[in-house]
Design a protein around this ligand. Sequence first.
Ligand SMILES: [Zn+2]
Length: 304
Amino acid sequence: MQKQYYNRSRQPKKKSSLRIFIFLFLLAAVAALAVFSLSQYMAVQTLQAKLNSLEERLGQVEEENKMLWQLHDDLYEENKRLREENKMLRSSTVIEHGNREINKVAITIDDGTSADLMHKTLDHLKNHNVKATLFPMGSWVEREPEAWQRAVKEGHELGNHTYSHAFLTTISEEKVKEELIRWEESVEEALGFAYKTLFFRPPGMDGFTSTQSNQKQRLMEIIGEKGMFTILWDVELVYALRNEVSTPERITQHVLDNARGGSIILLHFTENDIAALPSILTGLRARGLEPCSLSELLLADPEA
Ligand SMILES: [Zn+2]
């Protein structure tokens, strides 16, 4: 009886521990699944939140993009208008001087045939800490590239004075355009980069004298189309002093007697003009006039 009981009690005990094992195993599996599902759920929630914020950001970016396009269109229109206005200005304006309210005077120097004189000029300008505007012929720039590289490196600006000092009314329109382009090409070649100038000065003033108004208008249009302003002067020596012996002293005196606020002074790369340059620069400053380049004069703010 006892044995039987023992046997009977052994059997169910074995079965029940297997059941417990299976139960625990299932329980663990369920728990693992639950943990896994929960973590997946959390991950999905986080992703969803990120997605939502990305969508929101996308909406903002699209809005910003729209605004930028609007700005782009506005600027494009404004730019177009300014370019047209600028073109009209360039082809209808001959600049002889700047604003008279400004105590600045532009130093412009034309032509040139000697590298020595050029370096002497650059030394004077450097010693007086003055930037000037130089109007060489393209053919000269081509011959003396180092001198012109130095000029630009030292902050001076160059203006177009044609390639060969051509008198514009004596050649065809095609030739005029060619002279302007050849100047640009020789300057680019000498400097090693494309140089953009806003200034043109007609050789010998040809086409721009008081009796040449017909030719003048057409020439100004061609020059305006090339993006340049025609620059003359209000103080010069060649015509003013032609009946005199123009020593450096006389040149200095003439310039200082005639220059006033906004003046554009025309000098040439000649021995006498360049010899007069230091005393001109000193004399202008003594009269409260600051010598400068054309850009510095024409862009100066009268209120400043
Ligand atoms: Zn000239």
